[in-house]
Design a protein around this ligand. Structure first.
Ligand SMILES: Cc1cc2nc3c(=O)[nH]c(=O)nc-3n(C[C@H](O)[C@H](O)[C@H](O)COP(=O)(O)O)c2cc1C
Length: 202
């Protein structure tokens, strides 16, 4: 019993938690500002990601963090990859420029890497689920700091792994763009949860 009391005293206030969850938004680089993010904050975001649930504790998440001049290298690569893999009739200068500016307007970009259990003790989908939970932790932590960000998964994401020289069993599952931002708070949009729940009570 004493243990339960101690736990109750330490718990996060449920109202604050709900507020954080509801306020997390996808915030895009065009509204990012030039204000730098403290490196300690980025470390906290990664630490939060590292506490995601993980079946058999495979901890299948890895992160490549682009900051400073690293962002220019990423921007150059994204432009090169987009230009190379896009059919001429589908090529858009606006899309090419968006890939460049997304990297350059962000303070930090984090490549989200799935690291498959070498022994494949659990199905791949469980490890993807675990990586997604890690990203959610990171995203909520960013929200707590007042940072904006979003998980980006364009088709050319499959080019990122070879560019990074990822070893076999590792795959890039997206880029997370991060920055301070200047934009009024946006209300989220979700249908009522009641429409998505089936209760079994008797
Ligand atoms: C796995 C995953 C991939 C996503 N990929 C993209 C993307 O490529 N481009 C994009 O604009 N948003 C992407 N998003 C963000 C969603 O568009 C965003 O979460 C959605 O619009 C709901 O908005 P909210 O998160 O602010 O509530 C992705 C989200 C998830 C979970």
């Amino acid at each position: 019993m004493a243990g339960n009391v101690a736990l109750r005293e330490k718990r996060v206030k449920p109202d604050q938690f709900m507020d954080l969850v509801r306020r997390r938004r996808a915030v895009f680089p065009p509204v990012f500002t030039d204000m730098p993010i403290e490196e300690a904050w980025i470390a906290h975001l990664l630490e939060a990601a590292n506490w995601a649930p993980t079946h058999r504790r495979t901890e299948p998440w890895r992160f490549h963090v682009f900051r400073g001049a690293g962002r220019q290298k990423l921007a150059d690569f994204m432009v090169e990859a987009y230009t190379r893999i896009t059919a001429p009739e589908k090529f858009s200068e606006a899309t090419r420029d968006k890939f460049r500016l997304n990297a350059l307007r962000s303070d930090t970009v984090i490549a989200l890497i799935l690291k498959r259990d070498p022994q494949e003790r659990i199905p791949e989908w469980e490890e993807i689920a675990s990586l997604a939970a890690a990203v959610q932790n990171l995203w909520l932590c960013a929200t707590a700091y007042g940072l904006g960000g979003y998980w980006s998964t364009p088709g050319l994401i499959r080019e990122v792994g070879p560019w990074l020289g990822l070893p076999e069993g590792e795959r890039c599952m997206g880029l997370f763009y991060l920055g301070h931002y200047d934009m009024p708070e946006m209300p989220g949009q979700r249908g009522p949860v009641a429409e998505k729940v089936t209760w079994h009570m008797d």
